[in-house]
Design a protein around this ligand. Structure first.
Ligand code: GLA
Length: 397
């Protein structure tokens, strides 16, 4: 998309890395020994399916987090969050929260669980982090921070860890140090992302395959600026309701049901009236989403982008009706995208705020975004537009 008044110029990877290194040298007076970059992600299809052992189509994006470390003779861990200009110090001997700096808890959690997993003490480190993923936009800034911190510290320790294990330790940090009972989608996308394509992750088998998109397809991330924090959102409650639905369906079906993944759309239709009505609506979303992901993969592989796009709109409608994790501002954006002629649009990520994604043909991006912008402004919303490119996963720099 060419530059226009509606587009936010997001900081690219190279600039973000340069800024992080410069901030590290200025703050700690020495060069970093380890520099890692990890991307944020967009969730393209498959909402709240990951912790239900389901499948998701997602992409790592060209916005991410950079993390630098150098060793120090001083005990303890010092963290400079250069984007926020905040500083914190902590010690892994205590499991308490890091005072004054929210992002510090993700870093502390990641170091804590890597130390526990390896049985190798982590101490005496000077760290600098810099996030170039908009915070609270539902683009997984926290997973990008966790994964970049994990990669950087593993390099310092001289250890190679299986990528899936790294994702699990980052997820554990989020569960226990930030309180969100997330699935593995964000960490997997940040680690396994591929340039110019989507990844299809199966959160039962933990297999990841690539799904190539036509060259002329691009994604716009549209932020209507609704505050979003999964920690304060009903995310954990939704997860419990899904587990409740799975447990009730397990008693009704003749085969084992460990998670909603094990219930087919037909089985669900035949049994939904026999389980708790509230839990059934949440399950309807998840079971529908897993089905849409599987149909979506086939459509993309067959080049039927129009039909794939329709699944994105259906997904959003199910978020409104069944999962209730959208909000009026995101509904306006998605409706405006449909009216502007975009093939598909939906909420992306946990929801309860955050961003919508709009799938567009590259040569239509400008005109579609202008139309969405006009519709939103007429309804009192000033949206920000970020054109994101599917990108490779986390790397050492
Ligand atoms: C958040 C969580 C993920 C996933 C999505 C919803 O991003 O961190 O694990 O559950 O919401 O699909």
């Amino acid at each position: 998309m060419t530059a226009d008044k509606t587009k936010v110029i997001a900081m690219n990877k190279e600039t973000a890395i340069q800024k992080t290194v410069a901030a590290h040298i200025e703050n700690f007076g020495k060069n970093p020994e380890s520099i890692a970059w990890a991307p944020g992600r967009i969730e393209v299809l498959g909402n709240h399916t990951d912790y239900n052992a389901g499948t998701v189509l997602s992409a790592a994006i060209d916005l991410g987090h950079c993390f630098c470390i150098s060793r120090s003779a001083r005990p303890g861990i010092r963290l400079f969050a250069a984007d926020a200009g905040q500083r914190a110090g902590f010690d892994l001997a205590d499991t308490g929260k890091v005072p004054n700096i929210g992002s510090g808890n993700y870093v502390k959690g990641v170091f804590y669980f890597i130390q526990e997993h390896l049985g190798q003490k982590i101490d005496g480190l000077d760290c600098t982090s810099f996030g170039a993923v908009p915070l609270g936009a539902g683009l997984s800034s926290s997973a990008a921070l966790e994964v970049s911190a994990a990669y950087a510290v593993l390099k310092i320790l001289g250890v190679t860890l299986d990528k899936k294990e790294t994702a699990r330790l980052c997820q554990k940090a989020e569960h226990q140090f930030a309180g969100t009972k997330c699935g593995l989608l964000d960490q997997f996308s940040s680690i396994f992302g591929i340039g110019h394509g989507l990844i299809h992750s199966d959160f039962r088998t933990l297999d990841v395959t690539s799904v190539t998109l036509p060259d002329d397809i691009e994604f716009l991330v549209i932020n209507p600026h609704v505050k979003h924090s999964l920690t304060d959102s009903p995310y954990n409650e939704r997860r419990e309701r899904c587990e409740q639905a799975a447990a009730q369906l397990a008693k009704l079906l003749p085969h084992p049901v460990a998670a909603l993944r094990d219930v087919s759309p037909e089985e669900f239709a035949a049994n939904r009236s026999r389980i708790d009505a509230g839990a059934a609506r949440r399950a309807a979303h998840v079971i529908g989403e897993i089905d849409r992901v599987e149909r979506g993969v086939k459509l993309v592989r067959n080049g039927n982008i129009k039909a794939f796009g329709r699944l994105l709109f259906e997904s959003h409608q199910s978020s409104i009706e069944n999962f209730e994790n959208s909000c009026p501002e995101l509904d306006i954006v998605v409706d405006a995208a449909r009216k502007a002629g975009a093939p598909g649009a939906r909420i992306s990520g946990g929801g309860f705020g955050g961003c919508a994604i709009v799938m567009v043909q590259r040569d239509q991006a400008q005109v579609v975004s202008e139309k969405i912008d006009a519709t939103c402004r007429a309804k009192g919303i000033s949206p920000e537009f970020i054109a994101v490119t599917p990108s490779a996963g986390a790397v050492m720099v």
